[in-house]
Design a protein around this ligand. Sequence first.
Ligand code: HEC
Length: 176
Amino acid sequence: MKNLLTLIILIAIGFLIYIYTGVYNIAATVPHSKLTLWIFNTTMERSVKYHAKGIEAPRLDESLVQTGFNHYSEMCEGCHGKPGLSPSEMKTGFYPEPPDLTKGLEKWSPSELFWIIKNGIKMSAMPAFGPTHSEEELWAIVAFLGRLPDLSPEEYQAMEKTAQEKPGGHEHGHGQ
Ligand code: HEC
């Protein structure tokens, strides 16, 4: 018992020394170790799934897709890319790098996507859009994300054109 206590105290002191000396390299250019990556990714995934329980998705019909697009192209494209332009090609320098959302999001249900967009993700560049957007707008973005992996660069451009001609959906002009 006494030995165990000594060991715990030594580990705690070791941790404090590690933190205070500053030897840990916080640079975004130095990748995490496999263990840190596992801890971050697993915590993020389990947390989203836990907190999104009980959110009921409305019917996400086709009419929401263009509105969702208008929001996506204003606020998300700069980090998450679009058909024909992946985040790694954009070289944003973020770490973690924003995932390429054109690759499909099978991992997440619509309710989980809604939760992520509404609340954001700590210790990453992913912002919370809940404080600035209504639930209807957030669900429209989720509806668009469902279509995004199927869109060709040309189809995406066509939606950009529609957005210019009929800007509805993102008229409050605070783009990210
Ligand atoms: C400033 C950059 C930035 C902006 C703007 C941004 N995101 Fe993110 N997003 C991120 C980063 C970085 C992550 C990765 C977080 C992590 O893995 O911990 C992320 C993660 C996500 C995820 C989880 C994907 C996965 O497979 O794990 C979704 C979904 C998402 N963002 C949607 C959006 C949507 C929709 C918008 C616009 C309304 C948006 N993001 C705007 C940086 C951004």
